[in-house]
Every structure is written in structure tokens, then in C-alpha cells.
Design a protein around this ligand. Structure first.
Ligand code: TA6
Length: 276
């Protein structure tokens, strides 16, 4: 079942439930803010003080960082897609186990003021036992553009001290806290702030928690961001309570830093992230 819903402030979202899972996706940002398999706990973390304000990214779920990842001088951090209004352009719920939705964003007067290119951006979401997100960028301009991006997934965890991430061993990373290049030796555990862009990533990533293991697989990407704000940064984050760093970890399927893409006119690129 696919339902169009609205919060009391008018914030619109689509709710899907089928025989295997349920999802909630805001039209602002094509932002998936809930995904849960039948009989299981939610997979994605969402701040319980999130106000769903227009023009402000939702804290949790899967923000789409696009057409740049990170900071650009005098421009919004992580781009403008996550605060732009998408249209729901395709739905298919003929299979009771798997529902397909497509959300589309095209350039506008507003977007061209921030980033002067013609484009089409589509998020195709497949909701089932597995959550598949396909983010396709098409350059509709006469000139090439540079694209960096991320599906900035916030995963819900029992406690950050129970978390172990595997699959990034022996990968080089940029430490975004020190701006140094490092090499990941072992699996990743957390006892301090972590903000890293892993490079040359080519396999499945495992997020091991106390009672659950999730697998994240990416295509069209060789970079993965791992982030937990820890105690001090968490206190400074918008829409996060002081203790929320204990309940979440971000594993972001990205095209960032060395994995930034140059897109020629009329070309398309698809970043795929699968969570199972
Ligand atoms: O992906 C990690 C990161 O870039 C962090 O540096 C962090 O501050 C964050 O994303 C959240 O950014 P936001 O703009 O959503 O507050």
C-alpha cells in the first residue's frame, strides 16, 4: 500500500507498507526517514526531536548530499538536494513483497542560483527485505560538471559501544578531523569522534550490532564515509539530544574526495546503495 500523508505543518511524505517492510519518505529531499522490516526494529535512526521544518534537512534517515558532499564556501553544507522538493514520478506496488518508487528533482531558477547547471536527479527506491536506493544524476547541460555526493545513511544501533564495522580493513581514508591520510588496519569500533572518508572501497560492509548485522553494498562508488559525532560534537549538532551519539552511526555510500566524478553533457551516473 502506498499512501500520501502530511504532518500537521503541511510537511508531505509517502508511506509504504508491503508484506516485508515499511518505509516513510519525505518529498523534501526524497528523504527516507523510516525503514523497518516486518517483525524487526527500525533499521534507520531518526532523531526523536526532529521537527520536520521546511528548508532544513531531517536529522536521521538517509539525507541525499548532492551535488556536493561537505563544505563549499558560502553554499549550503552537503548541497541543496536534501532541502529541495522532489516529485513522486513513478510507483509500482504490484509485487506484495517489493514496492518501487521514483522521486525526481530537476533544475529550477532556485537551483541555478546555487549551482548553474541543468540536471535531472532521480532517486529510485526499492522497498522489500532489502532496501535499495539508486541515485541517478543526468547532466542535461551543454557543459561538464563535477559531482560529489552521498547517501548519508544514519543507522539505528543498540549502543555505539556494541558496534563493529567490517569491510574497510586495509583501506586508505581521509581523516576529516585532522585532514590527514591514514590506513584502516582493523575493524572499526568507537570510543571517540570519527569522521572519515574511506577510499578504494570495493566490497560489502558489515555493521555488526549486539542483536543484528546489517550489510551495505555500493555500486558506482568507491568511497564510504563513517561518522559518529561522539560527546562534544553531538551537543553542538542541530536536532540531536546530548546522548544521541550512542544510538546512531552513519555509513555513507559516497562519491567524495578522490572519488569525485566529472560528468560530461548528456551523461548519467548511478550511485547504488543496498541495505540488507
Ligand atoms: O558525513 C559526515 C558529516 O559531513 C560530518 O562532518 C557532520 O557534521 C555531518 O556530516 C552532518 O552534517 P549536517 O550538515 O547534516 O549537520
Amino acid at each position: 500500500m502506498i499512501q500520501s500523508k502530511k504532518l500537521s505543518n503541511g510537511f508531505k511524505f509517502v508511506e509504504v507498507s508491503n508484506d516485508t517492510a515499511s518505509v516513510k519518505i519525505a518529498l523534501q529531499g526524497a528523504h527516507i526517514f523510516h525503514y523497518q522490516r516486518v517483525g524487526e526494529e527500525p533499521v534507520l535512526w531518526l532523531s526523536d526531536i526532529e521537527a520536520f521544518d521546511f528548508g532544513k534537512s531531517i536529522r536521521g534517515g538517509v539525507p541525499i548530499c548532492w551535488p556536493w558532499f561537505g563544505i563549499q564556501e558560502n553554499l549550503p553544507q552537503h548541497g541543496f538536494a536534501r532541502t529541495s522538493m522532489f516529485a513522486l514520478t513513478h510507483t509500482d506496488d504490484t509485487n506484495p513483497n517489493n514496492t518501487h518508487l521514483t522521486f525526481t528533482l530537476q533544475d529550477s531558477n532556485e537551483s541555478r542560483k546555487l549551482w548553474n547547471y541543468k540536471f535531472k536527479l532521480e532517486l529510485h527506491v526499492e522497498i522489500g527485505d532489502t532496501l535499495t536506493m539508486r541515485l541517478t544524476t543526468t547532466n542535461l547541460d551543454e557543459k561538464s560538471f563535477t559531482l560529489s555526493q552521498a547517501l548519508h545513511s544514519y543507522f539505528d544501533v543498540s549502543h555505539i559501544s556494541n558496534v563493529e564495522i567490517n569491510g574497510l580493513e586495509n583501506k586508505p581514508y581521509l581523516d576529516a578531523l585532522t585532514w590527514t591520510k591514514e590506513l584502516q588496519k582493523d575493524s572499526i569500533t568507537f570510543n571517540k569522534e570519527v569522521d572519515r572518508v574511506y577510499q578504494e572501497v570495493d566490497g560489502k560492509i558489515t555493521l555488526k550490532d549486539k542483536n543484528r548485522t546489517l550489510y551495505i553494498e555500493n555500486e558506482g562508488s568507491s568511497s564510504v564515509v563513517v561518522w559518529n559525532p561522539w560527546i562534544d560534537k553531538c551537543k553542538r549538532m542541530s536536532a540531536m539530544k546530548d546522548d544521541d551519539y550512542k544510538k546512531m552511526v552513519c555509513i555513507e555510500s559516497a562519491n567524495a574526495f578522490d572519488d569525485t566524478i566529472v560528468m560530461k553533457p548528456k551523461s548519467s551516473h548511478t550511485l547504488v546503495a543496498t541495505v540488507s
